[in-house]
Design a protein around this ligand. Structure first.
Ligand SMILES: [Zn+2]
Length: 116
């Protein structure tokens, strides 16, 4: 299980890092586009499109960064021998949950109580 978890987490890490990199790359390009266009978003249909694209990409970048962080935390717990144990109540996290969320740090009950 531990070896599987590590492989799974490392794969997730690679994917999250790639998503994060491509989202920040797209944001960089958007900054470029924006610099070349009229700043008057409200009256410029192109500006509105850029704004919504900006929000979408920012959300993607944040999501990828958050997942990267979760995966790194899980890898650190794996390293420290605390992987698969709820960081809140100390009970084991059910395998079924870890299969869905290999980076889960809380058991189902605690996750519900904490709202995540
Ligand atoms: Zn718990």
């Amino acid at each position: 299980m531990t070896a599987d978890a590590r492989a799974l987490l490392e794969e997730l890490r690679v994917r999250a890092a790639a998503r994060s990199a491509s989202a920040s790359h797209a944001l960089d390009e958007l900054v470029h586009d924006r610099e070349g266009s009229n700043d008057d978003d409200e009256h410029d249909p192109e500006g509105v499109t850029l704004s919504s694209e900006w929000s979408r990409l920012s959300a993607l970048a944040e999501d990828a960064a958050a997942q990267l962080q979760q995966v790194d935390d899980a890898l650190a717990r794996l390293e420290a021998g605390g992987y698969g144990v709820c960081t809140s109540c100390g009970r084991p996290i059910p395998l079924a949950r870890l299969e869905v969320r290999p980076f889960a740090e809380h058991c189902v009950a605690c996750a519900e109580r904490l709202g995540r």
